[in-house]
Design a protein around this ligand. Structure first.
Ligand code: HDL
Ligand code: ZN
Length: 422
């Protein structure tokens, strides 16, 4: 067994273990490089991340539609000037760009955006993916895959299912069901066009056909879980298409296949529609709806993250009651050091090692570098605090035990959860 740990070597040991433990990044918007241009990467994509667009538009009086008419480079130039040169870039999304540039060996002090563009201009995506995964020390990332997206649908049907494409196993799939569950009026005609004999009315035949659709896409994608982003006012039980689809289609197929259902709840979609992806807000959801799922379907597995800070505490308490609930991540507006620290500390105190502390939600490949650098810093500090508390009681700790715990917390719990028959 590796050596005993004491208060003097604790910080170093925990820091090394957290850094050296490869992460399973349970939720991203990245794509296998073989999927082509839908995998975003490079400095202009980094700088035009929708978080930074929202922050930029607080300063500029440009009409939104004029901003969206700018080219990607012109948008990036405006963000760079506004957030990085006219103001100090200490917001989390700004700081992240600089952390990434530094990790790639670029001269951050130069503030030379042209030079950064030149550097990325000569990179090839395949070797760059290797470098990003190496710097961020990732085992794998989980994508967000929408079968209703025409670009993705074609790739999965014409290239993956046919075996033409060799998938990069570092990019695991997640079957994302926002259209099916949040826009049934749009979904059912599309399903009908694809040959599923469904009607607007969710009668038994339609339910069976939606289940067939799910089975088909689980076979094509081989996803780690089935996910959906649900609005803050999501309610279960209720008499709605969404409730019927969840209870009569998702839940039975999830139980049949052992593939967890991952509701991600709390968005207030497009509260400023002019900001597009940057225009979503946050709302507190009714945790009783998650409780209803866990209690009503004890043989189903639920991976859950919630968007409001208050809900994360309620979720941790709920997870103490239901072993079929695995909370994960500091999602979206919670993915800031101050809140990652609060949520991580609260989870360790309420759940011990039975949770997944973080995911990146990366939309741009390069973001993996900063999102995991920043999160590892906070997670390390919080774990040191908790292990120090243990040492103070006289508890004996070994490096192997810390390694064991960190592996679970940084994503290992996902794979165990998938294997468990609850
Ligand atoms: O629904 C989601 O998966 C969210 O993460 C949204 O994509 C959101 O726009 C986002 O990128 N958050 O980080
Ligand atoms: Zn996301």
């Amino acid at each position: 067994m590796a050596g005993a740990v004491n208060r003097e070597n604790l910080d170093r040991i925990v820091g090394e273990i957290v850094q050296n433990t490869p992460v399973t990044d349970i939720h991203t918007h990245l794509y296998d490089p073989a999927f082509g241009d839908i995998l975003l990467w490079g400095v202009d994509e980094l700088i035009t991340y929708h978080y930074l667009i929202a922050e930029t538009m607080r300063w500029v009086d440009l009409p939104y539609e004029e901003y969206w008419r700018l080219s990607k480079v012109e948008q990036a130039n405006l963000v760079w000037q506004t957030l990085f040169l006219d103001n100090s870039p200490y917001s989390e999304a700004c700081r992240g760009v600089l952390t990434t540039l530094k990790a790639l060996g670029l001269d951050v002090a130069s503030r030379d955006l042209k030079a950064y563009r030149k550097y990325f201009g000569i990179r090839q995506v395949a070797e760059y993916v290797d470098q990003v995964f190496q710097i961020a020390n990732l085992e794998c990332v989980v994508m967000t895959n929408d079968p209703f997206d025409p670009v993705e649908r074609r790739i999965w049907l014409d290239e993956v299912r046919t075996g033409k494409m060799e998938r990069d196993q570092r990019f695991q799939a997640a079957l994302r069901l926002d259209v099916l569950l949040n826009n049934w009026d749009t979904a059912w005609p599309q399903l009908k066009e694809w040959g599923f004999s469904v009607t607007a009315k969710l009668n038994e035949d339609t339910i069976q056909e939606v289940q067939r659709f799910l089975r088909e896409w689980l076979e094509i994608m081989e996803p780690v879980y089935m996910a959906v982003s649900l609005p803050y006012d999501f309610q279960l039980p209720e008499t709605s298409a969404r409730a019927t689809l969840i209870e009569k289609c998702i839940i039975p197929i999830s139980r049949e296949t052992g593939i967890p259902f991952a509701p991600m709840v709390g968005v207030r979609r497009r509260i400023n529609p002019d900001l597009k992806d940057a225009g979503d807000g946050v709302g507190k959801m009714d945790i009783a709806s998650i409780e209803y799922l866990c209690a009503s379907f004890p043989e189903n597995k639920f991976l859950v993250t919630l968007l409001s800070r208050e809900n994360q505490h309620e979720l941790a308490v709920l997870a103490r009651k239901f072993r079929n609930l695995l909370p994960f991540g500091c999602w979206w507006f919670l993915n800031n050091p101050s809140l990652i620290e609060e949520i991580t500390r609260m989870r360790l105190e309420l759940l011990g090692t039975s949770t997944i502390l973080q995911h990146s939600d990366a939309r741009v490949l390069d973001q993996l570098i900063y999102k995991w650098d920043h999160s590892r810093q906070v997670i390390t500090g919080t774990l040191v605090e908790k292990y120090a508390d243990l040492l103070a009681t006289g508890w004996i700790l070994t490096e192997d035990e810390i390694k064991r715990d960190v592996e679970k917390l940084m994503g290992g719990n996902l794979w165990t959860f998938l294997e468990r028959s609850i």
